[in-house]
Write a protein that binds this ligand. Structure first.
Ligand code: FAD
Length: 495
């Protein structure tokens, strides 16, 4: 039986591990933290439960598929319900839009903004769905091993169909003239940490996917999914070692031989690295020859996604919110400029996640769990340091903004539990290089064949799954990278 060591139990690592264990490999996950999930972890305190990172479930069929592959009914492990509305958007002038997947409700809102707005939106959905099918079949669910996998007539023709040279912002503008709807659509490229002005137009598929496939929720929040994968992995005999920080991926000549954990050598037939690719290249591959082009300078010069400032607030009262709530500041364009110039946004757009609106398992009775996320620069472009003073001042700024919302006027007095997560913590506690929460930025130069690959090109038996490698960030996409790694290992180890 082939022995596989998986470094990290993020969702991509868990996916690869589970699929391989099911196929008869002997898989052990080495996780430096004390629980599974990586960014899909949980923060708990005073009866409140918060998802640490991801909150928005898109395309639950991709989540289910991982479990279904192992021959079980996924709904015996996790159950998603569709949210309506998907989220509430509050624009800079106080105007509110409840974005619904119910076409009748959505049309009523869009038509109230003008027939042209509705027509533009439908046109956007139609054209973007075409692109999505091309991206899914020819790019996302395909592993690029060699130049020929990309530079062949069939793939290049499909690449042209994606019109990726256009920015997301520009593409949206062509369809929708209404500034509010434009910004509502553009905001979502920030979900993968890139500016809509810089992000290739393909990322306009995010709001399309939400509208056509819905946004879902499962009891207990996002973390329940990591726990579901862990449960199934263990049922199949998979092993997980916690507090097991890997220090080295052992490469001898051009072959990967195993890993080093706590000064112990673990021989392995293959290694799957789910730790962030830039971190792994700078820290886990010690042999300069085995790094190939990925020297420290090369890695540090790559483009990184933005980061986030997060406040997890448990409050002493109920407030009337949706599960997902988006708020724009006064000038979204300037907000984006500040983030990607490395400055702290002065009047930021932010997002509040309040699962306690529909899930009584995440907050004590009569109380509310609020997760407040503000996109901020990653550490490489940051023009400032996250000192205690900066953290406290930014916390004050955000609390002041929150206290302007209906029902939260006395927020400071109502806080029962509080924790703050900064880019520095993401770097230290999750090994996210530069605290870039979504990994390498998905620019054109860093996508598809040009993104670090799932199969390592400079040594045999080494595979990468996770946000900074192909196909990219976001839970469904990270799951896909775990699936691609599984398929590549099957190909390589076929007797
Ligand atoms: C704040 C935030 C909000 C997000 N919101 C959403 C959302 O709403 N919807 C969505 O789909 N996506 C969202 N994302 C993106 C999504 O969370 C990620 O793309 C995905 O979870 C990444 O999974 P991963 O497997 O690539 O890596 P990670 O979750 O980073 O896992 C890597 C694992 O490797 C471990 N590790 C690292 N180094 C070592 C070592 N040396 N030894 C042993 N173990 C090691 C880490 O501890 C970690 O467990 C969000 C991300 C963040 C941070």
């Amino acid at each position: 039986m082939k022995k596989i060591s998986v470094i990290g139990s993020g969702v991509a690592g868990l996916t690869a591990a589970l699929r391989l264990q099911h196929d008869g490999y002997d898989v052990t996950i080495y996780e430096m933290r004390k629980e599974v999930g990586g960014k899909m972890n949980q923060i708990k305190g005073k009866g409140f439960t918060f998802d640490l990172g991801p909150t928005i479930v898109m395309m639950p069929q991709i989540y289910y598929e991982v479990l279904a592959y192992t021959g079980v009914n996924p709904q015996d492990y996790i159950n998603y319900q569709t949210l309506d509305p998907m989220y509430r958007i509050t624009f800079w002038d106080g105007d509110i839009m409840d974005a619904s997947t119910d076409l009748t409700k959505l049309m009523a809102d869009l038509e109230s903004r003008g027939d042209d707005v509705a027509k533009g939106y439908l046109n956007y959905l139609d054209k973007t769905y075409e692109k999505y099918l091309v991206a899914k079949d020819h790019f996302i669910e395909k592993s690029f091993r060699s130049r020929l996998d990309f530079y062949n007539p069939k793939t290049l023709i499909q690449a042209l169909k994606l019109k990726t040279f256009d920015s997301a912002h520009h593409t949206i503008k062509k369809f929708v003239k209404d500034e509010k709807i434009q910004k509502a659509l553009a905001f979502q490229t920030l979900y993968i940490g890139i500016s809509p002005k810089k992000g290739p137009s393909i990322y306009t598929i995010i709001p399309m996917i939400e509208t056509l496939y819905g946004v879902s929720y499962s009891k207990g929040g996002m973390y329940s999914y990591a726990k579901a994968l862990e449960k199934r992995f263990k049922e199949l005999g998979g092993k997980i070692e916690f507090n097991a920080k890997v220090h080295e991926i052992i490469i001898e000549g051009k072959e990967t031989k195993g890993i080093k954990v706590n000064n112990q050598r673990i021989d392995s037939d293959a290694v799957v690295c789910n730790a962030d690719f830039p971190y792994a290249m700078n820290n886990l591959i010690k042999n300069p020859k085995a790094k190939g082009k990925y020297t420290e300078t090369y890695i540090n010069n790559l483009d990184y996604s933005c980061s986030v400032f997060l406040m997890y607030l448990g409050i002493n009262k109920k407030v009337d919110l949706k599960v997902h709530n988006l708020y724009f500041g006064s000038d979204f364009d300037e907000n984006l400029n500040e983030i990607f110039r490395g400055e702290l946004p002065s009047d930021p757009a932010y997002y509040i996640y309040s699962p306690s609106q529909i899930d009584d398992s995440v907050a004590p009775e009569g109380k509310e769990a609020l997760y407040v996320l503000v996109p901020v620069p990653e550490l490489k472009t940051s023009t400032f340091e996250w000192t205690d003073d900066v953290v406290n001042a930014y916390r004050e700024k955000i609390l002041t903004k929150l206290e302007k919302l209906e029902g939260l006027e006395d927020l400071r007095k109502q806080i029962d539990f509080e924790e703050i997560m900064t880019p520095v913590r993401f770097e230290k506690e999750l090994n996210a290089h530069y605290g870039a929460t979504f990994g390498l930025a998905p620019t054109l130069k860093q996508s598809n064949y040009f993104r670090p690959r799932n199969v390592y090109p400079y040594a045999k038996n080494l595979y990468f799954a996770g946000s900074s490698v192909h196909p990219g960030a976001g839970v469904p996409i990270a799951i896909t990278s775990g699936k691609l790694v599984h398929q590549e290992i099957l190909k390589d180890t076929k007797e």
